[in-house]
Write a protein that binds this ligand. Sequence first.
Ligand code: FES
Length: 160
Amino acid sequence: MSGTRPCRRVVLAAGAAGFAGGAVALTAGCSKYGDEGADPAPPPKSQPTSAAPSESDGKKQPPPKGDELARTSDIPVGGGKIFKDEKVVVTQPEKGDFKAFSAVCTHSGCLVGEVAGGTINCPCHGSKYNVADASVAGGPAPRPLPPQNITVTGNSITLA
Ligand code: FES
């Protein structure tokens, strides 16, 4: 080092990176040695730590697994309901028997559009899937809709 002594803040703060409490104490020590008038470093601000999905950015996020997808009463017997955000279709082929499948058509990837007449129907090219097992009932779809895991607890259906 040449004749000037490095500011303690520079030397010690580098060693204390990541230790915010230590950085504050060291800053005060530096201003003691003739740095009056210089603004001490502001106290570290806490960073927002929320990584939870938010609708404030305009994108609707699917609920995390474990959140309620639907009430059992939302799903008609012999039919089903499509959850576009989750890309899931839930059916109830028989009373109290709930199934869930991907809502992405196996033909070219459109989202299925309705559940009617005992089938899950794709609006793009007319594929149809049976509500009981999502097997292909018609159209160009090459294979069934893949099953999805759900949990039915009381009257609540959740993605598993
Ligand atoms: S994408 Fe569904 S029938 Fe073609």
